[in-house]
Design a protein around this ligand. Structure first.
Ligand SMILES: Nc1nc2c(ncn2[C@@H]2O[C@H](COP(=O)(O)OP(=O)(O)O)[C@@H](O)[C@H]2O)c(=O)[nH]1
Ligand SMILES: [Mg+2]
Length: 349
């Protein structure tokens, strides 16, 4: 059994050494534990630092594509590098690496396909009350949309087995945390959560420069994801609300009409008709969204099968570079497979 621990990185030269020093090389249930970083177009020495600290694999995106794209590229590479289980953690050492065995345990025991580390956010001191409340609200919406019971939906500390990793296909640009939970709820992925410890804050968030940005981006992400995965529910609720609103001016007109003053209330009739029309359009959008959603499910299943075929064919991961390796040993997989150490040294320089 091979475990690969992946870390998405964007300009993390300062934090990475501390994070990597805490990572385990041995985890119960695994014969091999390897480390992989996804460098998302860093302009600092992230890659060099990672190699110096003994990272085994590097996925290097040429420019900055955002966390969700980096996460997906990492997942893909880990599968192609033969991982049976993939753990994702953050470069800022937010999550305690000591809890990696706890995180993978439900997978090793065969009780789950995906495990989310629960930070028990209520107990985190450096989270403001507003952030805690938003966390709760956002997590509630995601739980409702996914039909799961994950308490900490934005946690980046997770474990996926091969089956879960093969099925997940993140399309959001900005967040993978919410979308992967919703997908797990809808796919044949058994999802569970375990409490995990966190470390003291090492730096400000790179994802959310301010509280305003945190609120805005999460609200947009949750609304979009909910509408994408539950279009019929979202649009039919909106249609119903608009229809009920349209009844107000209609009733006003009707009352006036019955009392002989219909001509004086044509505005109400027009306004009611506009609202009624809007309700019909919203209902139609729900039906269209629902049709698109079934297409999406088919596309996801096709994608999953293609991935399985790619693995059978041993197609190398893209944007792959080997990390630090014992002298004289070339990588066995990947774009640089078979390359000699000297050549790889040249790539390093
Ligand atoms: N691939 C990629 N990773 C990023 C990007 N921005 C942040 N990250 C990584 O995502 C993880 C979480 O970022 P962080 O700034 O700690 O956000 P927090 O979750 O709000 O604390 C870290 O490992 C970052 O290096 C990005 O643009 N692309
Ligand atoms: Mg962080």
């Amino acid at each position: 059994m091979k475990l690969i621990i992946q870390i998405p990185c964007w300009n993390e030269e300062e934090q990475l050494p501390g994070t990597l020093r805490d990572l385990p090389r041995e985890v119960p249930g695994f014969d091999v534990v390897e480390w992989l970083i996804i460098d998302d177009g860093s302009t600092d020495r992230t890659i060099e630092v990672a190699r110096d600290e003994g990272v085994d694999h590097i996925v290097r995106l040429t420019n900055n594509k955002g966390l969700a794209a980096g996460f997906q590229a990492g997942l893909d590479a880990c599968l192609k590098l033969g991982a049976d289980v993939i753990v994702n953690t953050d470069a800022d050492n937010q999550y305690s690496a000591l809890d990696i065995p706890t995180l993978v345990e439900p997978i090793v025991a065969g009780r789950a396909d995906m495990v989310v580390g629960d930070r028990e956010t209520d107990s985190i001191e450096h989270f403001s009350p507003l952030k805690k409340r938003l966390q709760k609200l956002g997590s509630g919406v995601v739980r409702a949309a996914s039909g799961t019971d994950v308490p900490d939906t934005t946690s980046g500390f997770r474990a996926y087995n091969r089956e879960a990793a093969l099925q997940i296909a993140v399309v959001s640009k900005y967040t993978y945390t919410l979308e992967t939970i919703i997908q797990a709820g809808k796919l044949t992925v058994a999802l569970t959560h375990v409490p995990i410890r966190t470390n003291a804050k090492t730096r400000e968030s790179k994802l959310f420069p301010s509280m305003g940005a945190y609120v805005r981006r999460n609200a947009v992400a949750i609304t979009r994801i909910y509408a994408q995965y539950e279009p019929l529910k979202v649009f039919s609720m909106m249609a119903l609300a608009t229809f009920v609103l349209s009844l107000i001016p209609f009733t006003r007109f009707l009352v006036a009409y019955l009392s002989g003053d219909g001509a004086g209330h044509v505005q109400s009739l027009i306004f009611g008709a506009v609202l009624f029309n809007a309700a019909v359009v919203l209902g139609a959008l729900g039906i269209l969204g629902d049709v698109l959603y079934s297409q999406r499910v088919i596309a996801q299943r096709t994608f999953e099968k293609i991935r399985r075929i790619e693995l059978e064919l041993k197609i190398p991961p893209s944007h792959y570079e080997p990390g630090a390796q014992p002298t004289g040993q070339g990588p066995t997989t990947g774009a640089n497979a078979g390359q000699k150490t000297e050549d790889r040294e040249a790539v390093r320089l």
